[in-house]
Design a protein around this ligand. Structure first.
Ligand SMILES: [Zn+2]
Length: 335
């Protein structure tokens, strides 16, 4: 891995095999997203990166399967848990304020959610709430563990996400179970609270919650931390080194959303759904990718043509096999 981010080099680089990935795709509609570690753009100088370093209270680092990135902004710390490859390298973000922790997203696999829970407990502060960014399985399956370990924490999501999970969550878990067995959730954790859009203070930290429809997913939360100048973009923005998922024909609207993110001034650090934080230039690279994918989609009559053309257009991006998944789902949907 050509990376200057040495703190992450111990991570497993084993990507999912193509066959395993496509087996996953076959049984589940839009179930997951996953990206390998990239040579992530170093964020702004205020961003402190360390893993298990003194001062993080990361006492359980020994033997942990996932990785923790701690980013400090004055009294606020963002702890990012990044799962191993078989958990799609999905992030759980833990925002530690003066007296509490807010958790965003819950992992795909239960053992990794367990690692998140154990890590949070080392922080010595109660979990104020858990917030789900969107209804893709890799972000919510592990909420089963988090809600068991933190029974007092309410689970929030945008209006509509709970209904998506009620309608399709169980089938999505069933599609993963033949592959992951008891590492996947046995039940769907339905958010109990609707997150309010706009400005909100939680534990002294200002959040600006935003709702975006019809991009990588049908319904996606983003969160700005205006005082820390951090944009939590989740699956709206992808690493500049990876293929993005184009699972549904929302190309145009996704680009409009990316334009609106680009217009935000001063947000040079962006946390994303499946990789280490990126610079705002990742908005441009994601936009370039989505526009090109749209053009190729328009010119391609079938999934195979789309997939081959998109790979040829971006020969240097990692995880070309994920393009096959995108093509499969994109062309399975009505056009
Ligand atoms: Zn995702």
């Amino acid at each position: 891995m050509p990376s200057s981010n040495s703190g992450f080099q111990h991570l497993s680089q084993a990507a999912l095999s193509r066959s395993r990935f496509l087996r996953l795709a076959a049984g589940a509609l839009l179930p997951f997203i996953g990206l390998r570690m990239s040579a992530a753009v170093p964020p702004n100088p205020d961003l402190v990166q360390n893993i298990g370093a003194p001062g993080t209270k990361d006492t359980a680092a020994q033997g942990r399967m996932g990785a923790i990135l701690v980013s400090q902004f004055g009294p606020v710390k963002i702890h990012s848990y990044l799962s191993p490859a078989d958990g799609f390298h999905v992030n759980t973000q833990m925002i530690e304020g003066p007296t509490a922790v807010v958790i965003f997203d819950g992992q795909l696999l239960l053992p990794y959610a367990g690692e998140v829970a154990s890590y949070v407990q080392t922080l010595g502060k109660p979990v104020d709430r858990i917030i789900l960014s969107h209804a893709h399985t890799d972000h919510w399956s592990g909420l089963q563990v988090l809600t068991e370990r933190f029974p007092d924490a309410r689970v929030f999501a945008l209006d509509g996400v709970a209904n998506q999970l009620r309608a399709r969550g169980s089938a999505r878990l069933d599609s993963f179970r033949p592959i992951y067995g008891d590492r996947i959730a046995t039940k769907v954790t339905i958010p109990t609270e609707t997150i309010t859009e706009g400005l909100q203070r939680i534990d002294g930290i200002t959040y600006d919650f935003k709702r975006f429809d019809d991009a990588e997913s049908d319904l996606q939360l983003a969160a700005l931390l205006p005082e820390q100048k951090v944009l939590m973009a989740f699956d709206l923005v992808f690493s500049p080194n990876e293929h993005a998922f184009t699972l549904v024909d929302h190309f145009d609207h996704w680009v409009i959303i990316l334009e609106s993110l680009k217009a935000l001034q001063g947000y040079d650090t962006i946390t994303i759904g499946h990789d280490t934080p990126v610079h705002r230039s990742a908005i441009d690279s994601t936009m370039t990718y989505v526009k090109r994918a749209k053009a190729i989609h328009a010119a391609s009559a079938d999934a195979k043509t789309y997939s081959e053309s998109l790979k040829a257009a971006f020969p240097d991006l990692q995880h070309a096999e994920w393009v096959d998944l995108s093509a499969k789902l994109l062309y399975a949907a009505p056009r």
